[in-house]
Write a protein that binds this ligand. Structure first.
Ligand code: ADP
Length: 634
C-alpha cells in the first residue's frame, strides 16, 4: 500500500478520539453505563460456557459420577441461561439508551448551525463540511457515531483478555510426563516463551492488516460521499413532491436514471471495487488466513500437551476456548485501535465543523425594556462587503430611524436593500462604521435580547407544517384572540372564516390529511400575522407583498397604519405605489443611500432616481376612483 495521505499522525488521532469520547460522555452519559454492563456480560458469556462445559467433559471422560455430572450440567444450564437472560435485558436497555442518539447528533449539528455567525451559515464551505459529516455517518457510521462502538469493542476486548488469561494460565504450568519423548520440550520455559511470542505476534498481525485494509475506506471517502450524494439525489427524486410536476412535464425520470447509472462509485468499476480487487482485498485475505493459522497453532499446542499427559480432555476444551477468546480479545483491541485511527480522519471533519468560531454574538448588555418603545437606531457611516467578495454591498450608509415612523426602502435589484436589513438584524457586522441602539453599538448587546425588539418578515420566510394558530404564535400555546386579530390585520380573515378547524387547521399535508395547501399570497399573509403577533417595537418587512396580487397588496398597504400601530416600520418594496403610504423613503443605489424624503418631496426632484423609478413603473398603473391598482408586474 502506498503511503496513505489520509492517515492522521497517531498522537493527533488519539487526541481526536479522546475528544469525541468526551463529547459523547457530555451529551449521552446514560449510554455509557448500559454499554459498559452489556460489553462485560457479553464478553463473559462464552467464557462461562467454556469453563462449565470443560467440567462436564472432564467428568464424562474421568470419574463419570452421576451426581457430580448432574451438578455440573445443572450449573452449566442455570448459569448459562441466567447470563443469557441478563444479556438480553442489557441488550434491550442498551438499545433503548442508544435510540435517539442519531437525532441527538443531528441536534448537536443543528444547534451549532444556529449559534454560529450567520456569515458562516451563509458560507458554502460550511454547508459542504456538514454534508460531508452526514454522508460519512450515513455511509458507514464514520465519525462521531462510531465512538460508542469503539468504546464497546475496547471494553469487550479487555474483558475477554482478563477472563481468558484466568482460564488458560494453567495451560503453561501443566507439565507433560517424563515419558513423553521429544514432547518433553513442551515443558521448556524457553519453548513456552517462544510459543507465546509467536502467538502474540500472529494475534497482533491479523488485526493490524485488517485495519490497514480499512484505511482504504478513508481513501475512498471523497468518492463514496459523492456517490452517496448522487444516489440520494437521483435515486429518490421520484419521491420528491416539489419536483413531481417538473419530472412529469419534462419526462426527467429517464434522464435521472441515466445519471444514476453513469455513476460508477459502487459498481465493479468503482474505486472501492478496485481497492477490493487489489491491496485492500489482499490485506483482508491475509488477515483472515493469519487468524486461521493462529487457531491451528493453538489446537496443535494444546492437543500435543494433552497427548503427552499434561491434562485431561476437559482441559483441552477449556484451553482451546480460552485461547481463542484471548486471541479474539487482542484482535478486538488492536482492530479497534486501528479503526480509531482510521476514524480520526472523519472526526477531523466533524470537529472542523463544531469548531467554527462564534465571534459575533458575544455581547452581553441587556436591552432596556421600554413601554414607550423609545428605541433609537442609527446607522453611522456603515460600509460592508460580503465575505470573500471585493465589492461594497453598502457604502457610507448613514440613517437614523424615527420612532413610530414608516420608512420605505426602495432601489433597483442588487442596490443593497436586503443587506441593509441583514446588518440591522446583525446577521452580519459592518466592516466600517457602526450601528447604534440608544447610542450603544449593537455588537455590545446580548444578541437574543437585541433581536427581541424586531419582528422581521424576510422574502424567503418559511412556515411550518403545523397548525395555523401555532404558526402565527410560533408556540403550542397561544392567545387565540390575539392570533385571530393578527390574521385579520394581515388580511387572512376571509380565508380563516372558511377553514372548518379554524386556528387548528394544519398547514400543508405533512402531518395531517386534513391539512390545507395555501397559496404564496396566503402564506405571506400568515407570515405578516406571525410578525404582528409578536408585537415588537420594530416591524421589518422585506418585500412583504411580493407574492400578493395587486388588490391584496393594495389592501395590506392601505391598512398599514392599522397594522403597524405605534411601531417603527421599515419595509422594502420594489413596487413604488406602496411606498406612498410611508412617512419617509430612502432610495438605494449601488450600496449607497442616494435620496431620502417623502413621496411628494422625492417626486418633485425630476433629476432624482426616485422620479426615474416612479415614472418607469407608472405606465403599469391605472387609477380606479380612489384606488390606484397595479395591473402588470414590473
Ligand atoms: P437588494 O436587496 O437591493 O436586491 P442585496 O442587498 O440583496 O440587494 O444585494 C446587494 C449586493 O450584495 C448585490 O451586489 C448582491 O449581489 C450582493 N450580495 C447579496 N447577498 C450576497 C451574499 N450572500 N454573498 C455575496 N454577495 C451578496
Amino acid at each position: 500500500m502506498k503511503k496513505d495521505k489520509k492517515q492522521i499522525p497517531i498522537r493527533k488521532a488519539w487526541g481526536l478520539n479522546i475528544r469525541a469520547l468526551h463529547l459523547w460522555w457530555k451529551n449521552f452519559p446514560d449510554i455509557f453505563v448500559s454499554y459498559t454492563l452489556h460489553a462485560i456480560v457479553d464478553a463473559l458469556l462464552p467464557l462461562i460456557g467454556i469453563y462449565f462445559s470443560a467440567r462436564v467433559i472432564d467428568e464424562l471422560a474421568g470419574a463419570r459420577r452421576p451426581e457430580q455430572l448432574a451438578h455440573w450440567v445443572l450449573l452449566t444450564l442455570l448459569i448459562g441461561a441466567g447470563t443469557e437472560l441478563l444479556l438480553a435485558i442489557l441488550w434491550r436497555w442498551r438499545n433503548s439508551c442508544y435510540a435517539g442518539t442519531y437525532y441527538k447528533h443531528q441536534k448537536l449539528y443543528a444547534e451549532k448551525m444556529l449559534s454560529m455567525d450567520f456569515c458562516d451559515v451563509d458560507n458554502s464551505e460550511t454547508l459542504d463540511i456538514l454534508s460531508q459529516i452526514q454522508q460519512n455517518e450515513n455511509w458507514s457510521r464514520w465519525g462521531l457515531s462510531r465512538i460508542i462502538m469503539h468504546y464497546q469493542m475496547l471494553l469487550t476486548g479487555a474483558t475477554k483478555i482478563i477472563g481468558s488469561v484466568a482460564l488458560s494460565v494453567t495451560l503453561f504450568n501443566s507439565k507433560v510426563t517424563d515419558t513423553s519423548g521429544n514432547l518433553i520440550i513442551l515443558n521448556s520455559p524457553l519453548f513456552i516463551v517462544l510459543i507465546l511470542g509467536v502467538f502474540f505476534l500472529l494475534t497482533c498481525l491479523s488485526p493490524i492488516l485488517e485495519s490497514k485494509a480499512m484505511a482504504y475506506w478513508a481513501s475512498a471517502a471523497a468518492q463514496a460521499r459523492m456517490g452517496n450524494r448522487v444516489f440520494s439525489f437521483y435515486g429518490f427524486i421520484g419521491f420528491d413532491r416539489d419536483r413531481a410536476l417538473d419530472i412529469r412535464m419534462y419526462e426527467q425520470e429517464e434522464f435521472c436514471n441515466k445519471k444514476l447509472k453513469d455513476d460508477t462509485t459502487f459498481t465493479t468499476k468503482g474505486l472501492i471495487a478496485r481497492y477490493a480487487r487489489g491491496n485492500m482485498g489482499i490485506l483482508y485475505a491475509l488477515s483472515a488466513s493469519i487468524s486461521r493459522i493462529l487457531t491451528g497453532m493453538v489446537y496443535s499446542f494444546v492437543c500435543l500437551k494433552a497427548w503427552a499427559g499434561a491434562f485431561g480432555i476437559g482441559a483441552v476444551t477449556q484451553y482451546i476456548g480460552a485461547i481463542t477468546q484471548l486471541s479474539n480479545g487482542l484482535s478486538d483491541i488492536i482492530g479497534t485501535v486501528g479503526d480509531m485511527r482510521n476514524n480520526a480522519y472523519f472526526l477531523e471533519t466533524t470537529f472542523k465543523y463544531l469548531d467554527i468560531p462564534n465571534d459575533m454574538y458575544q455581547g452581553s448588555l441587556t436591552v432596556e425594556k421600554r413601554q414607550d418603545n423609545n428605541y433609537t437606531i442609527e446607522f453611522k457611516d456603515v460600509s460592508f462587503k460580503y465575505p470573500n467578495t471585493d465589492t461594497w454591498a453598502l457604502r457610507h450608509v448613514s440613517m437614523k430611524f424615527h420612532i413610530g415612523e414608516r420608512l420605505a426602502i426602495v432601489g433597483q435589484n442588487g442596490s443593497g436593500k436586503t443587506t441593509f436589513i441583514k446588518l440591522l438584524c446583525r446577521l452580519y457586522d459592518p466592516d466600517e462604521g457602526e450601528i447604534l441602539l440608544n447610542g450603544i453599538n449593537i455588537r455590545k448587546y446580548d444578541y437574543r435580547e437585541y433581536m427581541q425588539i424586531f419582528s422581521v418578515i424576510f422574502q424567503d420566510f418559511k412556515l411550518l407544517a403545523f397548525k395555523l394558530g401555532e404558526n402565527v404564535a410560533t408556540s403550542k400555546t397561544y392567545d387565540s384572540k390575539l392570533v385571530i386579530n393578527s390574521l385579520e390585520k394581515a388580511g387572512f380573515d376571509i380565508r380563516l372564516g372558511k377553514l372548518k378547524d379554524g386556528l387548528d387547521t394544519y398547514l400543508y399535508k405533512d402531518f395531517s390529511d386534513e391539512g390545507v395547501e395555501i397559496s404564496g399570497g396566503e402564506a405571506q399573509k400568515i407570515a405578516i400575522a406571525r410578525a404582528l403577533y409578536q408585537d415588537k417595537p420594530f416591524l421589518i418587512l422585506d418585500e412583504p407583498t411580493a407574492a400578493l396580487d395587486p388588490i391584496a397588496e393594495f389592501e395590506v398597504y392601505s391598512k398599514l397604519n392599522d397594522i403597524v400601530e405605534d411601531k417603527t416600520a421599515i419595509f422594502i418594496s420594489h413596487r413604488l405605489s406602496s411606498c406612498r403610504f410611508s412617512d419617509r423613503i430612502a432610495v438605494f443605489d449601488q450600496g449607497k443611500i442616494v435620496q431620502v424624503g417623502s413621496h411628494d418631496e422625492l417626486l418633485a426632484d425630476s433629476d432624482g432616481m426616485y422620479y426615474a423609478l416612479w415614472n418607469a413603473q407608472a405606465k403599469y398603473y391605472k387609477t380606479d376612483g380612489e384606488r390606484e391598482l397595479l395591473l402588470i408586474e414590473c
